[in-house]
Design a protein around this ligand. Sequence first.
Ligand code: C5P
Length: 236
Amino acid sequence: MELKNKIIVALDVQTADEAREITRELSGHVGAFKIGLQLFTAAGAELVREFTKAGNKIFLDLKFHDIPNTVAKASVEAARSGVWMFNVHVSGGGEMMEQTVNQVDETCGREKIARPLIIGVTVLTSSNEEVLREVGAGENVEDQVVKLACLAAECGLDGVVASPHEVKAVRKAVSNNNFLTVTPGIRPTLATRDDHKRVTTFGQAIANGSDYVVIGRPIIKASDRLAAVEAIVGEI
Ligand code: C5P
């Protein structure tokens, strides 16, 4: 895969128009666009459908975490909206993930729609050991990520979101060689971290084996976004 296609640009903006402007500027220069909580709450499912109908690959990043029936039904709607990838929190449990995979598979088969990739969120890159202790979710970030990644793989998910620091450990622990790793927390230089506690550069993430990297602010806030993408890819 071409390096630029490994980049998923986070459309973390307030309005549909800003998101349209970014997709116009970067379509064909990156692999996909991510619609997360901010834009979805502001502009809704209509915008998701507009982008998928226009042929954009969309990662719907709503990090579903609820009872199994609710997550499975929301996931079926995500599939119907034509997204390429969406995610659920692995900490929602095995039954939640299995019902989701089963219902999405069943609906996509019956309605002849492309089956989206289903990705599990492990430990957010804004979390560290202190945060894990605070919420009673284990002591060690890497151990927790590996444990959740193995559970996601057992339940039939296609991959996980993790920090690039944990990609090697996930690869070692999960036997499925096609299991994907999607990694946010990417910065052109490690001087800026924003709210991430675990960051790497694009080059380090790819060297560690990340399949896709999610990049928001370093690209969308740049005065020349295409130049920002080229500089990031140019690191390698
Ligand atoms: O601007 P920045 O590059 O930090 O954006 C990172 C993006 O990755 C955000 O949209 C955030 O919601 C997302 N993210 C994620 N999973 C994590 C951490 C961040 O999807 N574990």
